[in-house]
Design a binder for this molecule. Structure first.
Ligand SMILES: [Zn+2]
Length: 437
């Protein structure tokens, strides 16, 4: 196994030190470390060292939609985005609602070798919202599932939601809710507001998200369970989470990179690249989610990476699929919206993109402090680079990035998974990964 000496890097953007990675762990830290003869030395003078990023919300599409993404292409994209672990959402075909399917996804992730893959288990059989899936069997399987979600669909029946919240307490699991009241959003195409009225497109009102979040935080309080809110997108949702936390309710919430920067104004061009669920909201909502992330009301950033084949996006708005890719741009968007604007430090970035998602998912070995003896799951970032996003050159199999042609700040220079490089010099590092298999 290759030994790496990271020379003069800045852990969490504070100070400079050398960091030696050997035998899968951080073997030494300090000034002027001597490089072992066989070590690869990386000049880190302009680089920030972060704990490897952890995504709580990725759609890898395998099994079933390998034309959009596979576990290999999706996790390679994740590594290039600085991630060392991703949670793979359950809306595959077949659905990840049995121990057999989650074990298959978990095993394919290990074989791919780019990141750790933690399958999310479905809450209900076939995501149909009626009968609870085999939550206990998935928790006890080799995949050790702790996060359960019907994402893509809302667990809208309050009795089913209550039972799910009660059930997962036995193994310290969490229900990750896609908060969307289905009756209020039937046929919805975009955020309900001034722009949808002008364009004549059916609206997805903020209240359809907020009503479910309000209900669920009260249910979580009532049964004393843990709730996670996926891709929160409105100012009102931030207020509800803030209230719930002040009351001591055990709730966490995520925001996506795209909801931190893009608004419903983009729908005016009718380009389905900007069609996503929950929809892009208003500038006021963008300001509110940024503020909520900065003050800790929103716990984490999760990508909701949702690859789609070209034919599902190269069509008119109404016929297009909902969703955007995000693994390879997430860190840049967070840097640009939160760090470059002075709202957050790199320590905060490590918290929202690594430490806290690892804690919510009950993931071991990720989101750890940068310290001697810890597993070498690490990401090196060059914050000073500017790059133009070209989806054709990304590792994800799909090209539905909303940042196409846009210049973004920062890039991932290297990613290490248990001490072996999955990314070096900004390119994926096939040899090291193959050796590890
Ligand atoms: Zn969702």
């Amino acid at each position: 196994m290759t030994t790496y000496l990271l020379r003069d890097v800045s852990p969490l953007g504070e100070g400079r030190t050398d960091v030696l990675l050997a035998n899968g762990v951080i073997a030494a830290m300090g000034e002027h470390l001597t490089a072992p003869d066989d070590a690869v030395v990386i000049d880190g003078r302009s680089l920030v060292l972060l704990p490897g990023l952890v995504d709580l919300h990725t759609h890898l599409r395998e099994p079933g939609r390998e034309d959009a993404e596979t576990i290999v292409t999706g996790t390679r994209a994740a590594a290039l985005g600085g991630f060392t672990a991703v949670h793979a959402m359950a809306n595959t075909t077949p659905t990840q609602d049995t121990a057999g399917v989650v074990e298959q996804v978990w095993r394919l992730g290990r074989q791919a070798g780019w990141t750790d893959v933690f399958p999310v288990g479905a809450v209900t059989v076939g995501l149909e919202g009626e009968r609870l899936a085999e939550l206990g069997a998935m928790a006890e399987s080799a995949a050790r599932v702790r996060v359960f979600s019907d994402d893509g669909k809302c667990v809208h029946d309050p009795v089913v939601m209550r039972r799910a919240l009660e059930y997962v307490k036995a193994f310290d699991g969490v229900i990750a809710q896609h908060a969307q009241e289905p009756r209020l959003t039937a046929g919805a195409q975009m955020h309900e507001g001034v722009v949808s009225a002008e364009l004549g497109l059916a609206g997805w009102p903020a209240v359809a998200e907020e009503a479910i979040i309000a209900r669920d935080v009260l249910l979580a309080e009532h049964v004393g369970s843990r709730l996670h809110v996926c891709h929160l997108s409105t100012a009102g949702s931030v207020e509800i989470i803030r209230w719930a936390k002040s009351r001591g309710i055990d709730v966490t919430a995520e925001v996506t990179p795209h909801h931190l920067v893009l608004t419903d104004e983009l729908a005016r061009g009718y380009d389905p690249l900007f069609k996503v669920n929950p929809p892009l909201r208003t500038q006021r909502d963008v300001e509110a989610v940024r503020e909520g992330l900065a003050d800790g009301t929103i716990d984490i950033v999760a990508t909701d990476h949702a690859p789609h084949p070209r034919e599902d996006k190269d069509c008119e708005w109404a016929a297009a699929a909902f969703g955007m890719t995000g693994l390879e741009t997430a860190l840049s968007v967070v840097q640009e919206t939160m760090v470059d604007t002075g709202r957050m430090t790199w320590t905060d970035v490590a918290r929202v993109l690594s430490t806290t998602p690892a804690r919510i998912g009950r993931v071991e070995g990720h989101g750890r402090p940068i310290a001697v003896g810890e597993p070498a799951n690490l990401t090196l970032v060059d914050p000073d680079v500017r790059r133009v996003i070209n989806p054709e050159q990304q590792a994800t199999k799909s090209v539905n990035s909303p940042f196409r042609g846009r210049e973004l700040s920062g890039c991932v220079v290297a990613t290490f998974l248990r001490g072996r490089a999955t990314v070096l010099d900004g390119s994926s590092c096939d040899e090291d990964v193959v050796v590890a298999r």
